[in-house]
Design a protein around this ligand. Structure first.
Ligand SMILES: Nc1ncnc2c1ncn2[C@@H]1O[C@H](COP(=O)(O)OP(=O)(O)OP(=O)(O)O)[C@@H](O)[C@H]1O
Length: 290
């Protein structure tokens, strides 16, 4: 059932306000992850920032809360150029965006620090990287400085368009769409799923935005780029945005439906919201696992 007067933010906050107090009441020592997945431009960053502010208002006095996008872990511009060269025959890996174009060593280091498994157990902060998509005419680059978060981290919000996508075991699972350039991307996806959403050490709540028409991504992503250009005066042209989104379509085709159906992003519970092109909610489902 869906209440048309409620926004995506109303639903997500209701969901978090149900599960987070229960999490704290049980005296868990490990951080709680909030994984947030949805197609590009669907509003993950927009909503995450408001979730972050809401949680800071409620718990910020006593708890440490971090927020990052998987986009913040993109390779530096220089390293992306090297990847372009290394995979020069793979069109999907030319430029940032898909699994394989992130700095996995950095992601692993940040996770180790959050779990206090690093070589410096007396460290009292973790630095989350920041990525600037406007650099190099919209190709992007890592910002020189990141954001410091106090350790131990109690809640960590991580958002990304492919969080929860499960890679296909080639040769075991049959899938006609797993061909050509997607073979490399699928192989890269294992690193992410093992580290994040299939990692048994991580306890998480999942929030998923989905849509009945994946072509909505083109409009959403254009809106996002126009906003970026109005803020910082540079970014991609509309044609570049179209070509950019085209590179993601094979991944949506390969993984998205199974992922959304599985409602398995969060190890504790998953909220799935169907949103239309105006981001009005047309369906809502909650799956509680624990
Ligand atoms: N609920 C909303 N109401 C109004 N504007 C919104 C809403 N959600 C998103 N937007 C706007 O739509 C654009 C895309 O949103 P956002 O950047 O949050 O998407 P995203 O899912 O994080 O995309 P990406 O995966 O590409 O980073 C932005 O310009 C944002 O300000």
């Amino acid at each position: 059932m869906c209440d048309k007067s409620k926004t995506v933010l109303d639903y997500t906050i209701e969901f978090l306000d149900k599960y987070i107090p229960e999490w704290f009441e049980t005296g868990n020592k490990c951080p709680l992850f909030i994984f947030f997945s949805g197609p590009q431009g669907s509003g993950k960053s927009f909503t995450s920032i408001q979730i972050y502010n809401h949680l800071m208002e409620k718990y910020g006095g006593e708890k440490s809360i971090g927020y990052a996008s998987i986009d913040d872990f993109y390779l530096t511009h220089e390293d992306q150029l090297k990847l372009n060269e290394q995979f020069k025959n793979n069109k999907l890996l030319q430029g940032r965006g898909l699994p394989g174009t992130h700095d996995m060593k950095l992601l692993q280091e940040v996770l180790n620090t959050i779990f206090n498994n690093n070589e410096h157990p007396d460290q009292d902060t973790v630095v989350l990287p920041k990525y600037d998509k406007s650099q190099f005419k919209g190709e992007g680059d890592r910002c020189p400085t990141g954001q410091k978060i106090k350790l131990p981290v109690d809640i960590f919000i991580l958002e990304g368009w492919f969080l929860g996508f499960n890679p296909i075991l080639q040769g075991i699972e049959n899938n006609d769409l797993l061909t050509g350039d997607m073979v490399d991307v699928n192989a890269k996806l294992f690193f992410y799923s093992d580290l994040l959403w299939r990692n048994p050490e991580i306890k998480s709540l999942g929030i998923v935005f989905t849509t009945d028409n994946i072509n909505n991504v083109y409009g959403w992503r254009l809106q996002q780029e126009h906003e970026l250009i109005s803020k910082v005066g540079k970014g991609m042209t509309d044609e570049q945005v179209h070509a950019f989104v085209d590179r993601y379509m094979p991944s949506y085709k390969l993984y998205l439906n199974d992922f959304v159906r599985s409602e398995s992003l969060g190890s504790i519970a998953t909220l799935t919201l169907g949103i239309d092109s105006n981001r009005n909610v047309y369906s809502t489902k909650t799956r509680c696992i624990e």
